[in-house]
Design a protein around this ligand. Structure first.
Ligand code: SF4
Length: 339
């Protein structure tokens, strides 16, 4: 379980029962607690080098109030992001949040979950009679902080009661016990992000092994949630085809009784931008992440900056492999995208 090294509270967070409960809990646990003027500008996280600052931030929890009630869009997989928390305790070297959350990507939770869900309801009403889909993991992994907030369970239950609202989130973590008994009504897609053991060991420090994630997925499958798997980022290395095939095979074995047509897959090949590469090399000076520009193809992104992707031929091999193996082990499952 995530035990923060220090916790900052916004003063207004103490106006909410969850904020007060967390304040008392951390004081009782003798975890250093301090106040902060704003959850967006937190000073007092130590670290003189980029790596130290990053590691200290990942052990820092900030408890705040979500004031902006305008949700960001989340195309193409959902209509809106549902802001439950930001950042996560994992130390994945390639994580895009390393670039987007600044030099101190501290973990932040919001105590006004009821207000956030009321806002979601307004968005749902506005789009009625269309279905509105919300993504709960656009800027975080929501599971590590769930034992403190219970917000994910509340959200799943809320969507269980919404005929026109759907929820989806993705995790690499295995603390799913408190979510198993929630009345989801089939309205939440519970997704796991998985990869080969080799990639997890090399680049996903601070996260559970593939076997543990798949075992957690099996527990979740037993409670009837619609399920999804994100295989990302896909890397090419000696033996990658055998490893990814083995991963799909062991997943199929664990989920043997689960209806294939209730499962979605999303597959994303590894890519990087020039600024991500700089940032990764600052925080992980010893990184072995493959980021050699000459081995990649440069592609302009939709937001004006370019990224380095695998060459077309390699992407075609990935496409062939995943389509063939998913067809073999998960006939009827939906591949949402393979990029
Ligand atoms: S678990 Fe997900 S959100 Fe957390 S560091 Fe890894 S990739 Fe980023």
């Amino acid at each position: 379980m995530f035990i923060p090294k220090r916790v900052f509270f916004e003063r207004e967070a103490l106006d909410y029962p969850l904020g007060r409960r967390l304040f008392e809990r951390f004081k009782q646990d003798r975890i250093p607690v301090a106040m902060t003027g704003s959850h967006n500008r937190v000073t007092g996280i130590p670290g003189t080098t980029p790596r130290e600052a990053y590691l200290e931030a990942k052990r820092t929890l900030v408890v705040g109030v979500r004031r902006t009630m305008q949700f960001s869009t989340c195309k193409p997989s959902a209509h809106y992001q549902l802001p439950l928390c930001t950042s996560c305790t994992g130390l994945c070297e390639y994580c895009y949040l390393n670039t987007t959350l600044g030099k101190k990507p501290y973990v932040r939770v919001y105590v006004n979950i009821e207000e956030i869900l009321q806002q979601a309801e307004k968005y749902i009403k506005k789009r009625s009679p269309e279905i509105t889909v919300f993504e709960g993991a656009a800027t975080s992994d929501p599971i590590p902080v769930e034992p403190y907030t219970g917000s994910l369970a509340k959200t799943i239950e809320f969507f269980g009661g919404q005929s026109l609202g759907r929820f989806r989130f993705v995790t690499k973590f295995t603390g799913v016990d408190t979510l198993l008994g929630v009345e989801h009504n089939g309205h939440t897609r519970f997704r796991f992000s998985i990869n080969t053991e080799r990639i997890i060991k090399a680049y996903e420090q601070g996260t559970p092994a593939a076997k543990a994630r798949i075992a957690a997925a099996r527990q979740v499958a037993g409670t009837g949630y619609p399920m999804g798997f994100l295989i990302a980022p896909v890397f090419v290395y000696p033996g990658w085809q055998e490893d990814y095939t083995g991963l799909i095979r062991s997943l199929a074995g664990e989920l043997r009784d689960y209806p294939r047509d209730q499962i979605t897959f999303e597959l994303i090949s590894h890519r990087f931008t020039a600024s991500a590469k700089n940032r990764i090399q600052e925080v992980f000076p010893e990184t072995t992440l493959p980021m050699e520009e000459s081995e990649r193809r440069f592609k302009f992104g939709q937001f004006g900056y370019g990224k380095y992707v695998y060459p077309k031929e390699t992407l075609r091999e990935m496409d062939e492999l995943f389509r063939r193996e998913l067809d073999r082990y998960f006939p009827g499952a939906r591949v949402e995208y393979l990029v």
